[in-house]
Design a protein around this ligand. Sequence first.
Ligand SMILES: Cc1cc2nc3c(=O)[nH]c(=O)nc-3n(C[C@H](O)[C@H](O)[C@H](O)COP(=O)(O)OP(=O)(O)OC[C@H]3O[C@@H](n4cnc5c(N)ncnc54)[C@H](O)[C@@H]3O)c2cc1C
Length: 441
Amino acid sequence: MTTPDSQDSCDVLVIGGGPAGATTASMLAQRGIRVVLLEKARHPRFHIGESLLPANLPLLDRLGVGGKVRAIGMEKWAAEFISPWDGRRQEFEFADSWDKSMPFAYQVRRSEFDEILIRRAAELGADVIEGCRVTDVEFCADGRVTHVHALTESGIARSWRADFVVDASGRETLLGNRLQAKQRNKRHNSAALYAHFQGARRHAGKRAGNISIFWFDHGWFWFIPLADGATSVGAVVWPSYLKTRAKPVREFFLDTIALCPPLAGLLEEASLASEVEATGNYSYACDRTHGRNYLLVGDAYAFIDPVFSSGVMLAMQSGMAAAEAIAACRANPAGAARALRRFDRVIRHGPKQFSWFIYRVTNPTMRELFLGPRNVLRMKEALLSVLAGDIFGRTPIWGSLRSFKALYYLISIMQWRRTLRAARRRRRNMAPVDAERMTRA
Ligand SMILES: Cc1cc2nc3c(=O)[nH]c(=O)nc-3n(C[C@H](O)[C@H](O)[C@H](O)COP(=O)(O)OP(=O)(O)OC[C@H]3O[C@@H](n4cnc5c(N)ncnc54)[C@H](O)[C@@H]3O)c2cc1C
């Protein structure tokens, strides 16, 4: 470890300035808590994950950035699911979900969106230091974090003592790795190939900003129209398919798109406007959400799959919960364990709710239910509330969701041969591959 050139102290040190870290820092600074946020990059920087959920909007308003995000966002009123095998498509309008007060969300360029959030944290009083990578975290015998060490772009080693540390380092999962707490998700495994296009054909009018999800033989695609005319397109594929790659990532991605004619049709006149990127084996969770004086938020705790565009909302929600827990611990140290247990419940809730759907989204029974939803027992409204991210408030969707799940199991049993075939195929497709090699350009 390098000897620090300077040592500082603060109440809370946040590692990472994506949506989770910036939200945590903003909410803490708003309460007058001395918070330092260290971000290794400099904003604006590229990040994948452009589709927000309606449940993001109240969070943005709480941070005071609703107007700024509106200015850069493309309105997203619905999510559309398309089955290329039989041409069926189903559009879910968020206005039809249980709580009618959240009818739309935005598609955003993450470089712009994340910059709005991190600048807001600074505006509210957080000490935001960009170009400063956290290199190590020191613990004492009772499991508390004592020091956080970092290195600036110019090679200066710095160190902080903090009462609390929040790991918001995203997929770098700094504390998860340091504590060997990160575990590969055994129930899910996929990889993504993605890029931006110019000139893609979109829906007209109000529907222009809707997200489209196309199933295909090896997984599914997203199609996310952005406000500046670009469109984010990504393929989320099984590892078994990635393993067949014998070409550079760019060509492999374009060939993959050609396997889904309805999507290829939308891109007929379009051209690539970015490099093609790839990410493999990205489904994981840490075995804990917190320790005595540290908390894991956003992707630093868990990430499952982007199919329901839940990542940014869960990251921001967990940032809010972390700030609340830390403020409660500081106000009443005797009640710290209770506050942290509450945080634990909130942060586990999101991945748990979404994962039930994620594990089944490429299953034929689930596809059938998505393509022909009925509002019996308000099941469609409840499903739409999940798609809108409305799972943390008081909206009483749980009984109807249980009915939806019961219906899913009933159809699966009635179609047991198909169910068994799909389960076998999923197991075969999911076997891990050397993702690092397979996603190299
Ligand atoms: C293929 C794919 C598609 C996705 N699509 C969507 C989508 O459409 N909608 C959606 O909501 N979500 C999507 N997601 C998920 C979403 O991008 C993430 O869930 C979200 O960005 C998590 O926010 P975060 O703040 O936890 O992490 P991040 O946004 O990754 O931020 C972490 C920050 O920490 C910084 N950092 C890392 N290590 C260090 C360090 N050592 N020191 C200092 N700083 C550090 C990084 O530079 C980064 O700025 C997608 C994810 C993938 C993989």
